[in-house]
Design a protein around this ligand. Structure first.
Ligand code: SAH
Length: 224
């Protein structure tokens, strides 16, 4: 898979892809992530990428020309399955959407900044708009990193144990069961006996029950 992320502050995302699971996935060649600086496509002597909003009001708007030049340049080199704009008014991100996106081969993610991007970009270049929740952030960079992380960890070979992503919350509409590690007892607080039993079937059953219980208690809406 290839993910190309367009931003005016790509540095904001560097750390997200430089550590732990995502770093290993990139190093292993399971995904290629390119952080593209929109300023490389800036126009005029001023190297401009944003301008005041028509009609007035506070806040700058990212201009269509550099964004169009950037997307067209990328598209001239390869096909993209989706051109996604991160936006608070987009479709709310769920595990189901991440699962779907993990099956495609190449994605452009456009990060807005300031007041957002010129509406004509959304009308003519964007195939899908995704929000990471009902709150407003300063830019699309953290949302793009969130979306990318949720997709990349699903790619075959990224997590050590193939079943690992499948046992996480929201797969099968269930929350994950509690987990424990050593010591088996801390200040008298013991780990559930069954987990120490070595009895695979019983452990699996316990985990399933705990998942159901937790989902019923915390997110009954998932069971509907
Ligand atoms: N004026 C816009 C918000 C702009 S915030 C509005 O009221 O809807 C600046 C940029 O941050 C947006 O263009 C978008 O790319 C990103 N952003 C902010 N909050 C986001 C969220 N919840 N999900 C995805 N992207 C978000």
């Amino acid at each position: 898979m290839r993910i190309d992320i367009i931003s005016v502050v790509p540095e904001l995302m560097q750390s997200a892809f430089s550590h732990s699971i995502l770093k290993r996935a990139i190093a292993a060649g399971l995904v290629e992530v390119n952080l593209i600086n929109l300023r490389d496509y800036a126009i005029g002597k001023q190297k401009q990428v944003d301008d005041y909003a028509f009609g007035g009001g506070a806040g700058m708007v990212l201009m269509i020309e550099p964004i169009a030049a950037c997307i067209n340049d990328l598209k001239s080199k390869r096909h993209y399955d989706e051109v996604i704009y991160m936006s608070p008014d987009g479709q709310r991100l769920t595990q189901k959407i991440s699962n779907q996106l993990s099956l495609i081969k190449s994605i452009i993610i456009l990060c807005g900044h300031y007041k957002g991007v010129d509406e004509r970009v959304r009308e003519h270049f964007i195939t899908r708009e995704i929000s990471i929740g009902d709150y407003v952030l300063s830019g699309g960079e953290l949302p793009a990193a969130v979306l990318s992380d949720s997709i990349i960890r699903l790619l075959p070979g990224v997590l050590n144990d193939e079943t690992s992503a499948l046992s996480d919350s929201f797969q099968d509409n269930l929350l994950a069961p509690p987990v424990y590690t050593r010591p088996s007892e801390y200040k008298g607080w013991a780990v559930p006996e069954v987990l120490l039993s070595g009895h695979g079937k019983k452990i699996e059953q316990w985990r399933h029950e705990q998942s159901l219980l937790r989902t019923t208690q915390r997110r009954p809406d998932l069971l509907l």
